[in-house]
Design a protein around this ligand. Structure first.
Ligand SMILES: [Zn+2]
Length: 117
């Protein structure tokens, strides 16, 4: 194989390049689970966990959605005597649940996902 950064000829299973700072971006299953947890924790800011996993557009949509959820929650709260505020944590929980379930595109395991780069 050749180094994807500098093109230097490397052994087939090389984990890093000795000419530049390229490192193989491959994680095993244990690290994959850890990235799920990190993504969930990053979802304290909705969308950040999705960006972390490689879903930049989706992450941006969830950030915008968070403002929408806050706005809707506030509007619904005035109409429902505070009950509408429950929409906000439900949104947060939904984002966290979703980011936990989706595939990590930073370390793609399925070949189909890699083509979206
Ligand atoms: Zn290199």
């Amino acid at each position: 194989m050749n180094c994807p950064l500098c093109g230097h000829v490397l052994p087939k299973d090389a984990q890093s390049c000795d000419r530049c700072d390229w490192v193989r971006a491959e994680t095993d299953t244990a690290e994959g689970k850890a990235s799920d947890l990190v993504a969930v924790m990053l979802s304290v800011v909705p969308g950040l966990g999705h960006v972390y996993k490689g879903y930049k557009v989706l992450g941006l949509l969830f950030v915008i959605g968070a403002f929408g959820a806050l706005l809707c929650g506030a509007l619904a709260a005035t109409a429902t005597a505070g009950f509408g505020l429950a929409l906000i944590p439900i949104y947060w929980f939904g984002v966290m649940f979703h980011v936990y379930g989706i595939e990590d595109k930073i370390a793609p395991t399925a070949k189909d996902d890699g083509e979206e780069y």
